[in-house]
Design a protein around this ligand. Structure first.
Ligand SMILES: Cc1ncc(COP(=O)(O)O)c(C=O)c1O
Length: 474
């Protein structure tokens, strides 16, 4: 019997909602990523860095909607502005000053962007950026890295998130793996998979197919894989390689844009891409997104490339972007987010070191991951080598104790400005600590049952036994 049994979450109302929703929404949700079976969460409200589900359970929110809510839920500075602007009407399929101002702010913050256009989602933004790159270069192929997520259009769903790394093919010759059915083979063939941080593989790809490659699209960090960072020089080398072969570099800043720095990851890593996409964090959760590029590359619009959208630049999104980007420009909000993330990371490190557990923190203080491994991961394939079963158990155990990271060991924790006002650092650390102990205790219990000599207090052994199990992801 575990000594630190978590309080039970109330689930009655959500169980009802789940059964009801299943009759209408596939999986009971509007996105596959929220369909957690019987544990599917139905949210009631959020405020600042906290969220309440439909049964009234309260959590410190460490998902922040997968990143967009950079300031906090219900931020009055943004909401009041959006409210005021939306009363003038939201959708005209005409252009408002809000849109012009939002894209002017984006230019100002990034410094390198010449032209930009709004979309409603990150998916649309990456789809249009890829099309612009193809139109500008007259080439059809796009290089994309394994494990990187660029949304749910056909061109983005190649080699994203298999559990079995063998599906990705030989490490020297990765194969394109479509995520799910319905993606035409011909579309898949236009995407060339590469491995993040592996310059030799990338160079070989360019030497083989360089004449056909329009662009590399890259999340500057492996956002869908605990935010694994680039090796020193990786982005610079990639920038040089694309120039050498006349291809473009697309930074997908949907997660990093305005989170890493005012100018996004481009500023943080000192790289000037040719195109970039933004979404999360540019509207504090409102559906604002954009694709942007240099004047030269974006000059294919409007005459040579199709782009439109009834809701593109709608008043709600555009005014949310204006309010949010002004706050990011004029206040220390981004630095505050970094500080609270660093403080939490420091506390977690302490907890892990006390238990002697091998671990690596990945990513950036504003969105970091924890991998139970002693080898620094550099690419998606490294996830399989970490003890992700232990991570999953800890994350799920945290929910019951009042903090909500994503219960998938590939998704980083996200922080917002409001977290800094809410005195959550110690609370998150103690929830993490209790959940970790419970997970280790449960594992030691089952190992004892199976006759293995593993137990608490020998953290390293617990993990190495687990690492073995961890190579069989669920
Ligand atoms: C890096 C990246 N690109 C694109 C997308 C797609 O954005 P959206 O969900 O707004 O379509 C996401 C969403 O998680 C993302 O993280």
């Amino acid at each position: 019997m575990p000594t630190n049994e978590p309080p039970r979450l109330r689930r009655e109302r959500q169980a009802e909602l789940y059964q009801r929703a299943l009759k209408t929404l596939p999986g009971g949700t509007d996105s596959n990523f929220r369909a957690w079976g019987d544990d599917t969460i139905y949210v009631d409200r959020g405020q600042g860095g906290r969220v309440w589900d439909a049964d009234g359970n309260e959590y410190i929110d460490l998902r922040m909607g997968y990143g967009p809510v950079l300031l906090g839920h219900g931020d009055a500075r943004v909401d009041d502005y959006v409210n005021e602007r939306m009363r003038r009407g939201v959708s005209f399929s005409l252009t408002s000053e809000d849109e012009v101002e939002a894209m002017e702010l984006l230019k100002q913050l990034t410094g390198w962007v010449g032209k930009a256009r709004m979309t409603v989602s990150g998916t649309e933004a990456t789809m249009h950026a890829m099309r612009v790159a193809r139109a500008y270069t007259g080439r059809s192929k796009i290089v994309k890295f394994e494990g990187q997520y660029h949304g749910v259009h056909d061109y983005a769903l190649i080699s994203v998130t298999p559990n079995d790394m063998a599906d990705l093919g030989d490490a020297e010759n990765p194969v394109g793996l479509a995520w799910g059915r319905g993606i035409p083979e011909a579309v898949g063939k236009t995407i060339i998979p590469a491995r993040y941080n592996e310059m030799a593989v990338l160079r070989r790809i360019f030497e083989r197919d360089g004449d056909d490659i329009a662009a590399i699209i890259v999340e500057p960090v492996l956002g869908n894989e605990q935010a694994i960072m680039p090796r020193p020089g990786f982005h610079q080398e990639m920038r040089a390689l694309t120039k050498e072969f006349g291809a473009l570099l697309i930074f997908d800043e949907v997660k990093t844009g305005f989170r890493f720095a005012r100018g996004g990851a481009a500023e943080f890593f000192g790289i000037t891409p040719d195109l970039a996409t933004y979404a999360k964090a540019m509207g504090n959760g409102y559906p604002a997104a954009a694709f942007a590029g240099t004047d030269e590359v974006m000059s294919v619009l409007p005459d040579k490339v199709s782009h439109g959208g009834t809701y593109a630049g709608n008043r709600v999104a555009a005014s949310a972007a204006v309010a949010t980007l002004k706050i990011l420009r004029d206040t220390e909000a981004i630095a505050t987010v970094h500080a609270v993330g660093s403080a939490i990371q420091g506390e977690l490190r302490e907890v892990l070191n006390t238990r002697g557990l091998p671990h690596i923190f990945t990513g950036h203080p504003s969105m970091f991951g924890i991998m139970f491994t002693d080898t620094a991961p550099t690419e998606y394939r490294d996830w399989a080598k970490s003890d992700h079963d232990l991570y999953d158990a800890v994350a799920v155990g945290m929910h019951a104790r009042g903090a909500m990271p994503e219960p998938d060991s590939r998704e980083p924790w996200f922080f917002c400005e409001a977290h800094a006002r809410e005195d959550i650092v110690d609370k998150v650390a103690s929830i993490f600590s209790d959940s970790l102990d419970a997970a280790l205790e449960a594992r030691a219990g089952s190992a004892r049952k199976d006759g293995h000599h593993v137990g608490l207090g020998t953290g390293n052994h617990v993990v190495s036994a687990a690492m073995h199990a961890g190579t069989d992801p669920d």
